[in-house]
Design a protein around this ligand. Structure first.
Ligand code: PGA
Length: 257
């Protein structure tokens, strides 16, 4: 059985002081619960250090939101996988649609980043997803297949053991609109079948596929209850400790039922 993963993508929110404030609330809320899901928060770079410290005795892990593919060198403004490891990160999000859209990250760049981060021992959350136009024209599976293929072509099953996929339909991110549980399940099953043909049956049954796009306590139950939905990548609702914890509790309830 795949362990559920609930990850918070804070985006460009919460500097060091506010990060510590939210994590204090998160720690308190999770203190007396036995959590079987994996819980991860992804603060902005400048808040990573304080977040790792604030979570020292907590089951919650820390991830970054982006990474460069080189180990070091003259890349002004960039952060390497090695640096993230040293800072205490175990996860990194790669290929988020906001990076693809606003920072011109294409499939080739995303693939380089994923491979480099996996090689360094980080767990990678690779985001894929179609735009509204692409869905309206019925192109969603082709788009997601292409985004996946660009990355899986560069990997073998061993390296991909630390890969997590997040299906994030662009039209559902930050819009309050979510994919229906049926739409999510359909795409997640498609992604799993693509992984089976590119990286093998065994990996396809163990790889976790998260849903992302306006997930909140009110819809988490239906989405996380789908057979191929192994967790969530949560933006807006992860900025409120109470909402984020509620989603973790919903994941726990589903796992134990
Ligand atoms: P949202 O963001 O939950 O605010 O829609 C999800 C994401 O972009 O990862």
């Amino acid at each position: 059985m795949r362990k559920k993963l609930i990850a918070g993508n804070w985006k460009m929110n919460l500097g060091p002081a506010s990060a510590v404030g939210l994590l204090k609330d998160l720690n308190q809320a999770l203190e007396n619960q036995s959590v079987s899901s994996e819980v991860v928060v992804c603060p902005p770079y400048v808040s990573l250090h304080q977040s790792v410290s604030a979570l020292q005795n907590s089951p919650v892990s820390v991830g970054a939101q982006n990474v460069h593919y080189e180990a070091s060198g003259a890349y002004t403004g960039e952060i390497s996988p090695q640096m993230l490891k040293e800072a205490g990160c175990s996860y990194v999000i790669v290929g988020h649609s906001e990076r693809r859209e606003y920072f011109s990250e294409d499939d080739e760049l995303v693939a380089r980043k994923v491979k480099s981060a996996l090689n360094e021992g980080l767990n990678v959350i690779l985001c894929v997803g179609e735009t509204l136009e692409q869905r309206k024209s019925g192109d969603q599976e082709r788009v997601v297949t292409e985004q996946l293929r660009a990355v899986t072509d560069q990997l073998d099953a061993d390296l991909a053991a630390r890969l997590v996929i997040a299906y994030e339909p662009v039209w559902a991110i930050g819009t309050g609109e979510t994919a229906t549980p049926e739409q999510a399940q359909e795409m997640h099953a498609h992604i799993r079948s693509r992984i089976a043909s590119s990286l093998g049956e065994e990996l396809s049954t163990s790889i976790r596929i998260l849903y992302g796009g306006s997930m909140k306590p009110a819809n988490a139950d239906d989405l996380l209850g789908q057979p191929d939905v192994d967790g969530g990548l949560i933006g807006g609702a992860s900025l409120d400790a109470g909402s984020f914890v509620k989603i973790v509790e919903i994941a726990e309830k589903i796992t134990s039922s």
